[in-house]
Design a protein. Structure first.
Lengths: 146, 93
């Protein structure tokens, strides 16, 4: 197994683990952390796809139509800015579309876009949850006295 | 409709080499007709057979599949499908 294949399988495992956390989650204060984890896993998949492309691999075409875990779907009451969720939904649709093809580079770019918007969502949800008290206020680093 | 003409989600998943979660997602997305009986879906065998013909060319996993701990399939090499398909550029004459 080449390094890029190994990286691809590791990224696949991280992505699936992140998905499972979303599926099993209760609607709670951990939402922003799960989205952040998904964002990191998506970025890892994007990098692995780019490396696999450079090594001459292609994407195994999949049947489309699958949906993300419920708490990430429209109509689930998901917290966060509507415009970012709209962008997230577009990224999900694009990922679904390109996954039906064989271009691993296109799939990687779709994961990259999904990772970027998911990271922004995670940050926005975390800010809102801290402001509302659902999450504790972020602690400021202590200043050392002179 | 006779019982043998309806498949359970797990039977349809096995026939289509997909996960049960994928089958349920397809039903919800109206890509696969499902009959809800009680708390489970049953799928007409004819629809599964129809989809099998469409699915046979796409055997990769969906980005949203996460069921099971089985390792992923090896990545295909670009151009493997093209081997033996013909000798482009080697026109006679």
């Amino acid at each position: 197994m080449t390094d890029s294949e190994q990286a691809f399988q590791e990224a696949r495992g991280a992505w699936r683990a992140a998905l499972q956390d979303h599926v099993l989650a209760q609607p709670d204060a951990g939402f922003s952390a799960r989205i952040a984890n998904l964002a990191a896993a998506a970025t890892q998949r994007a990098e692995a796809c780019e490396a696999a492309y450079a090594d001459g691999f292609e994407w195994p075409a999949a049947r489309g139509g699958a949906k993300p875990p419920f708490e990430l779907q429209p109509g689930s009451g998901r917290r966060g800015p509507a415009e970012l969720w709209a962008r997230f939904d577009e990224a999900v649709a694009e990922l679904d579309r390109v996954s039906e093809g064989r271009s691993i580079r296109a799939v990687g770019r779709a994961y990259a876009e999904l990772g970027e918007v998911a990271l922004r969502l995670a940050e926005a949800v975390e800010r809102a949850d801290r402001a509302s008290g659902l999450l504790p206020a972020a602690t400021r680093p202590r200043r050392r006295s002179a | 409709m006779a019982d043998s003409e309806l498949l359970t989600v797990s039977q349809a998943a096995e026939a289509l080499s997909a996960s049960s979660q994928t089958i349920r997602n397809w039903i919800r997305a109206d890509r696969l007709p499902g009959v809800r009986i009680g708390n489970r879906f049953l799928i007409p065998r004819a629809e599964v057979e129809r989809l099998r013909g469409d699915v046979s060319a796409a055997r990769g996993e969906s980005p949203w599949d996460f069921d099971g701990d089985e390792p992923g399939e090896p990545l295909p090499r670009a151009g493997d499908r093209q081997q033996g398909a013909g000798a482009e550029g080697m026109l006679g004459g």
